[in-house]
Design a protein around this ligand. Structure first.
Ligand SMILES: Nc1nc2c(ncn2[C@@H]2O[C@H](COP(=O)(O)OP(=O)(O)OP(=O)(O)O)[C@@H](O)[C@H]2O)c(=O)[nH]1
Length: 294
């Protein structure tokens, strides 16, 4: 009988640290890992961040793996097993995905894998800024075997305790690990051997978030771009991508009003903007960005 490949699902709200966790796993876990990514937004930014790390990748394209891509998902899983025979498969879902349907599908229909565990990354800073837990986040918390309470550097001890109590009220069994930049021993995430069975979900998933993207061959003036980033907070919840300044190329990440720039080898400028009614502000945001071109 063929041994089933263990599959781990990484889920969690937009910008909570899922890609940061993947990068950490790839740097620190000495196994042959294959990654499947599902992104929200037209350009696969995360795929490009992970590429080059000597890892086998499959990009599921735009959309939400929870509701529209299950057939494509199964085909990608089978192809990756047949072509590279990985020790572990890791699936990163988009921040807007509700993982219960995916978990059900893996447990019920996928014959070549077994669900090893679900890791949900939670943004402690966002939980303080937006304390009411939305429907999608709640499902992500409930599905978890491991809850990574991430970004602990941005909140106080008492805030952390309150968040932990809230997580516990939604999920009594998951282990809760506090992390900064998802620095966790990968052995704690793999080999879980999940036995909890997911009942078939019956949700109709309505996307709350919209996104748009832009690309540009231009070089941007850094100070102007930083002012542009400071101004994004009211319109955008999440933005990410690559931007070219005179001094080099950078990875730009914006989550809930905070942003950073990290030197990154990726030519050109391509950015994705995600927010609740972000399409209404598209023209204005792109005009402000264009004014920073050199
Ligand atoms: N201060 C702080 N920032 C963090 C921490 N972990 C991640 N970040 C930052 O949070 C931002 C988003 O991280 P990502 O790993 O891209 O988040 P994600 O969950 O993959 O985002 P989506 O795929 O868009 O949902 C980046 O700027 C990270 O550097 C942390 O523990 N502390």
């Amino acid at each position: 009988m063929q041994v089933r490949t263990p599959l781990t699902v990484i889920t969690g709200p937009l910008g909570s640290g899922k890609t940061t966790l993947l990068r950490h796993i790839l740097d620190s876990f000495p196994k042959k890992i294959a990654i499947l990514m599902n992104e929200f937004g037209e350009i696969g930014i995360d795929t490009k961040i992970i590429q080059g790390k000597n890892v086998q990748m499959a990009d599921l394209g735009g959309g939400c793996v929870c509701c529209s891509l299950l057939g494509e998902f199964e085909a990608a899983v089978n192809e990756i097993i047949d072509s590279v025979d990985p020790d572990n498969i890791v699936v990163e879902t988009t921040g807007v995905a509700e993982p219960d349907a995916l978990v059900f599908d893996i447990q019920e229909s996928l014959t070549k894998v077994r669900l090893d565990g679900v890791v949900t990354v939670i943004d402690a800073d966002a939980m303080v800024k937006y304390p009411s837990v939305g429907h999608t986040t709640r499902i992500q918390i409930e599905a978890a075997d491991t809850l990574l309470l991430n970004k602990v550097d941005l909140v106080s001890e008492s805030e952390l305790k309150a968040i932990e109590d809230k997580l516990r009220s939604f999920n009594e069994v998951a282990s809760i690990l506090h992390t900064k930049r998802c620095q966790v021993d990968p052995d704690l995430l793999f080999g879980i051997g999940r036995e909890r069975v997911q009942p078939q979900p019956h949700h109709v998933h309505q996307l709350e978030f919209e996104s748009f993207s832009t690309t540009s061959p231009a070089t941007f003036e850094r100070q102007c771009f930083e002012e542009f980033a400071d101004s994004l907070g009211t319109d955008v919840y999440r933005a990410k991508g690559f931007v070219r300044f005179p001094e080099g190329n950078y990875l730009f990440n914006f989550v809930a009003g905070r942003w950073d720039l990290e030197p990154f080898q990726q030519e050109g400028t391509e950015l994705v903007f995600i927010g609740k009614q972000v399409s209404d502000r598209k023209a204005e945001i792109l005009d402000r960005l264009k004014s920073c071109e050199q």
